[in-house]
Design a protein around this ligand. Sequence first.
Ligand code: ATP
Ligand code: GLA
Ligand code: MG
Length: 499
Amino acid sequence: MSISTVEDLSFYSNVEPNQQRFTEVVKTFQTNFPGDDITFFARSPGRVNLIGDHIDYNFFPVLPMAIANDVIAAVNVNSTNEIIITNTDAKDFPKEVITLSNSQIDQEHHSWANYFKCALIVAKQYLEERGVTSLKGMKLTFNGNVPTGGGLSSSAAFCVASTLAIIRANGITDLTKQDLTRITVVSEHYVGVNTGGMDQCASVCGEPDKLLLIEFKPKLTAKPFKLPIQDLTFVITNSLQVSNKHETAPIHYNLRVVEMGIAADLLVKKLGLEQVPNDSNIGTASLRGVMDAKFGHSWDGNDATVGIEQLTEMINVVEEKLTNQKGYSIEECCRELDITAKEFDQRYLSQFPVKFDTLKLYQRAKHVYKESLRVLKTLKLISTATDKESFLIKFGRLMNESQVDLDELNESSNKKLNELCSVALANGSYGSRVTGAGWGGSIVHLTTVDKVDALIEGLINNYYKVEFPNITPAELDDAIINSKPSMGSCIITTDFLKR
Ligand code: ATP
Ligand code: GLA
Ligand code: MG
């Protein structure tokens, strides 16, 4: 299916505030580039993951939705040999000039231009596939209302919107959702964050009023579907602890990728499995690959009952085989894997730098299989739901169990995030959990429409005003997002500006 091109802003469920953002982006564009025309707009949304975190890079299905908050870009296409990027928030994202011949990322200086260059790298590769080798110059002005470092993937919204803008600017009008997803899932690897594919896929494939079941094997697909129960809603609250994924990658995100890769290799060895693909982002086995090999066939992802049986067994396998609950040292890993320290370094530590005292292989692998099991239990619940109250209680329970494991096994929650969850549960949430990478960012709460106001009031009084006594109404407004599932990436023509 191709990426949509729309002629106005009616796809937003709340048009008015977005109309104002477009007015602002046009005004800033005209100030930055006087006399230049806007050729088109590109946009892509953030996402919230409802359940299934830190499992996408192990290729287990996840359940996110695209949110209304997005990144928009006014784009001018020209014949120069440079791309100029500007932003309505010029303080945080000052003007940068990128020459077309140099998309090299400056790892020493963290700047938003690096994220744009990620988009340029993957767009260039795709354009080459399509026979376009000489790129157009561009002038862009961005505006984003996905909080940065807020766990709602502003980075994917930004990278996908930028990639789409570059591809359209170079004359490709039939880009498919599959291709835009395929090329952008690796985009952030170029800034050194070894992400899975959930965020980009949700940003591209989001649909109004629908959740997404994203599967990674046998191939990356997004299946949009509606919840069978009415009147329930997901409230998102930003803890206002900014989680900078790029800077903390060596001790947080990328370390999880490494720990899970080592855990997978160790399970392959201990179970005596053969022909397990080295399909993880760092070229090790993956925990999904281990499961498929142990059961002698590739679980097709559609049969939740089989998946549930297999994942339950995999949790037992972790208990039996990864017995060092205190954490593995490099020496112990080498001994168990029967490799030298040099080989260990080459296989696990050479691609993305990581820092650790011990490797928590037992905890991370157990989290992955337990969290993946919860996704399948949620899917089963959805497919059999009839009674609203029982659905809410059961789904809420799965979300709460997820939060406990994110905190204790995956160690990607923290005190404030746990506090935000507890306050919410005492004020009308059925289930509350950290969404996305964690280590800060946002919590997603499951509740019903009639309980939203009380929930928000409880959170304001018992979390925000306690943690941030000087918080302003505008800051509170930005921190609490009550978004319906929204449409994924699209191009917007400039027609509506003339009306
Ligand atoms: P998470 O990955 O936890 O969901 P996130 O994606 O919001 O949170 P990061 O992965 O750290 O946070 O990415 C944030 C970076 O994305 C910013 O530092 C900036 O480089 C880029 N970015 C996001 N939104 C914008 C925007 N509106 N304008 C310019 N750059 C942006
Ligand atoms: C980040 C990554 C995703 C995913 C989540 C955790 O958002 O970009 O690929 O791994 O963390 O579920
Ligand atoms: Mg991000």
